[in-house]
Design a protein around this ligand. Structure first.
Ligand code: BV8
Ligand code: ZN
Length: 247
């Protein structure tokens, strides 16, 4: 049951920050990070494969995992949760109020749904770069025929994601921190809230007196700190909330 104070706040907030996690893409058919390891990959822990060490040790295995995820995402479409966030951004732009969408996701489905300003904290599956010369190229086609793919200079190319132990893109993180520290409402959507420094953004919002909404079918470490923690799927709960708020 949606709370009237929350509905009023979503409609009237002077600024909103959204932090999205893999749960927002779950209803598009993309396995969440914790369950991204099925079949061939079942014997690995994601944190083991998503590291520079794993790539140096077995570049072929890591390249195949990321290329398989990239090809799977290319077959997926944004869901109602993605679309309603794109609409909310548009509604806030028209009211000249700040709306910031920060994502941990690497699938670019927010952009596919029409969100204009997306802060990608963890990179994405489509921009691959050469480990030697740094040359980047977007890959939106079929699976690579060699793993890892090679650069013209002969160097190995890696996925443009942020691995565990790697720093997040400085400018993206700074923008995310600034927006989080200024917003009136912080929405944590579909994230387990355990990966840092993304999971620390909500602290900046709370310190600044913002209200916090979480939407997740499961409890997370944020649940007891949020003003509202709705047990539900983003694809259903979010559109209900946004439509009730009149955005
Ligand atoms: C760094 C790209 C330092 C790769 C990813 C404190 C400070 C700084 C670092 C650390 C710290 N403590 C620990 C660390 C180290 C580490 C970390 O956080 N480890 C965790 C595991 C404890 N952090 C790092 O290494 C970061 N780097 O800080 O480096 C540094 C500084 C300077 C110089 C050098 C180094 C880098 C972190 C980024 C790692 N890369 N992704 C890839 O995708 O393969 S993170 C990865 O996890 C994904 O991006 C994913 O987004 C992210 C978080 O997961 P979630 O999005 O939350 O997804 P998850 O599966 O966990 O949960 C899904 C949720 O959805 C669930 O709660 C589920 O209930 C819910 N759900 C399911 N269905 C639905 C739903 N919700 C709504 N609707 C539904 N339908
Ligand atoms: Zn190169």
């Amino acid at each position: 049951m949606l709370d009237h104070e929350l509905i009023d706040l979503v409609g009237a907030a002077h600024s909103i920050v959204v932090l999205s996690g893999a749960g927002v893409s779950a209803e598009s058919g993309i396995p969440t990070f914790r369950d991204a390891l099925t079949g061939l990959w079942a014997r690995f822990n994601p944190e083991e494969l998503a590291t520079p060490q794993a790539f140096s040790k077995d570049p072929r295995l890591v390249s195949r995992w990321y290329d398989e995820r990239r090809c799977n995402v290319l077959k997926c479409r944004p869901n109602a949760g993605h679309f309603v966030l794109a609409q909310l951004e548009k509604a806030f732009q028209e009211k000249n109020r700040p709306f910031t969408l920060i994502t941990q996701n690497v699938d670019r489905l927010h952009q596919a749904a029409g969100s204009q300003n997306v802060i990608e904290l963890h990179g994405n599956l489509f921009t691959w770069r050469c480990v030697d010369c740094g040359k980047e190229r977007d890959e939106n086609g079929l699976a690579f025929d060699e793993h890892p793919p090679r650069c013209e200079c002969g160097g190995l190319r890696r996925p443009g994601v942020v691995w565990f132990g790697e720093a997040l893109p400085g400018e993206a993180l700074l923008k995310a921190q600034r927006a989080s520290g200024r917003c009136a409402l912080f929405m944590s959507l579909g994230t387990s809230s355990v990966v840092y420094p993304a999971a620390a953004l909500v602290d900046l919002a709370l310190q600044n007196g913002a209200k916090v909404l979480e939407i997740n079918p499961e409890q997370t470490p944020l649940s007891r700190r949020a003003h509202w923690s709705l047990r539900g799927k983003c694809g259903k709960t979010l559109p209900d909330l946004i439509s009730r708020a009149g955005n």
